[in-house]
Design a protein around this ligand. Structure first.
Ligand code: ADP
Ligand code: ASP
Ligand code: MG
Length: 426
């Protein structure tokens, strides 16, 4: 008998038929003798629908604690899911009880729309399990110290599930989704992408942080911190598939490097359209410029990703950096209205039509030339690289958004990711 956390995403919970199938799958695990906690997402499209209603009524405006109300609103999607799933389970004859995050509570910071989990009170979950019930807990939401409902950022149900698994010291956390594991790249963009049976924790961290939304980054971080056994697998296999087969399917996140991984130059390609570029041009080049620009940006709570400062010419330089799409307008405004005049810059240019494409692989640690090969492949397609950043196990480039899919596909092919085994360097 094991204690297992199951997480089901939006597509997996997308209709009453899907929910009935989830109930059958969970029941199968319970009948095999396991204790199961289930963390479902809102039904597919529901979070977008709810947020859309708010924006239709009014955008954020002074005097309205908009983000607080967005969380109050968006968190209801998951509440619908837990109620429905509990009914479906009980209809199967499987005892179940549902809880909203605030009922446990799942305690979070007060950063509405992107709160972080600070602690989980286990008592109700343990009591439910001890009473022989499946305990169903809303994904995505929690409660701050003042009793306000918070949400954990888009894709946050992954993090809820991993946090609950960590708090319960569960034997395994199974992330059921609409693909059958982690692929070398998003299979919806690269049809020849290949499923990985394992991926190292570090590679998964990079993939998630560089745009692969299959797992929310924070969930991977938490899994690493608490060494949660984490597997990503499909909820679209027949629900009555043999449990042992199911428990070996999908992709397992591993915490120890094995021999094979050392040779994999590139394990995956991540990409995101979520970046935008801002350039402050004609900046008088003197000490403190980076601080004056980026300090002001940090003060409005905007995170900066890539940064480039050009060599100075005639005492002037250009300073460029990327921020996420939803921070673009306010960052641009701040720089145009406040910072550029203050530091004597000639102007500020914003470009939202960019994307970031990244290759990720543990093998980059021990092999030179991987980044150079990436640049060569892109140049052969006439794709202009506008920014570059590297770390031990990844190289990212910023390119024009219109080339994103082409870049991902040619890189996928060039690094032989469509072929199993150790990718050759040639
Ligand atoms: P859920 O609703 O189950 O949380 P998500 O849409 O959040 O599902 O995540 C699953 C999706 O992630 C897949 O449908 C796929 O398009 C996308 N994805 C992006 N990168 C990858 C990758 N490397 N491997 C698998 N899926 C990926
Ligand atoms: N329902 C939330 C979202 O759409 C959380 C999740 O699906 O993980 O972002
Ligand atoms: Mg998700």
């Amino acid at each position: 008998m094991a204690l297992i956390v199951h997480k089901y995403g939006g597509t997996s919970m997308g209709s009453t038929e899907r929910i009935a199938s989830v109930a059958k799958r969970v029941t199968k695990w319970v009948r095999a003798g396991h204790k199961v906690v289930v963390v479902p997402s809102a039904m597919k499209g529901e979070t977008n629908r709810l947020l859309g209603l708010a924006h239709e009524l009014a955008p954020a405006h002074p005097g309205c604690d908009y983000d607080r109300e967005l969380d109050m609103l968006a968190s209801t999607g998951e509440q619908v899911s837990v109620g429905l799933l509990s009914i479906a389970l009980q209809a199967e004859g499987t005892p179940a009880i549902s809880y909203a995050g605030w009922q446990l509570p799942i305690r979070t910071s007060s950063a509405y729309t992107k709160a972080r989990i600070e602690g989980i009170e286990n008592k109700k979950v343990l009591a439910g399990l001890a009473a022989g019930k499946v305990v169903i807990v809303t994904g995505f939401q929690g409660m701050d110290a003042n009793g306000h409902i918070t949400t954990l950022g888009r894709g946050g149900s992954d993090t809820s599930a991993v946090a609950i698994a960590a708090a319960l010291k569960a034997d395994e956390c199974l992330i059921f989704t609409d693909v059958d594991g982690i692929y070398t790249s998003d299979p919806r963009v690269v049809p020849e992408a290949r499923r990985l049976s394992t991926i190292s924790f570090e590679e998964m961290m990079e993939m998630a942080s560089l745009g692969s939304k299959v797992l929310q980054l924070r969930s991977v971080e938490l899994a690493g911190k608490y060494k949660v056994r984490l597997r990503v697998l499909s909820s679209f296999t027949p629900w009555d598939i043999d449990i042992d087969t199911e428990d070996k399917s999908g992709t397992l996140i591993t915490y120890e490097e094995d021999e094979k991984m050392e040779h994999a130059l590139v394990s995956g390609i991540a990409f995101t359209r979520d970046e935008t570029k801002i350039s402050v041009i004609g900046v008088p080049d003197r000490p403190g410029i980076a601080w004056q620009i980026l300090g002001a940006v940090a003060d409005i709570n905007v995170e900066v990703d890539m940064i480039i400062q050009n060599v100075s010419r005639d005492g002037k330089t250009d300073f460029s950096f990327t921020v996420q799409q939803n921070d673009f307008e306010r960052t641009l405004e701040l720089l145009k209205n406040d910072i550029a005049p203050k530091i004597g810059a000639a102007g500020v240019i914003g470009d939202p039509q960019i994307c970031k494409v990244s290759i990720v692989g543990m093998g980059m640690r021990s092999h030179v030339g991987v980044a150079a090969k990436m640049f060569h492949v892109l140049s052969a397609e006439n794709i202009n690289i506008r920014m570059i950043s590297t770390s031990e196990i990844k190289t990212s480039v910023v390119i024009d958004e219109k080339y994103m899919e082409l870049a991902v596909r040619v890189l996928h092919r060039a690094f032989h990711l469509d072929q199993p085994g150790t990718p050759p360097m040639a």
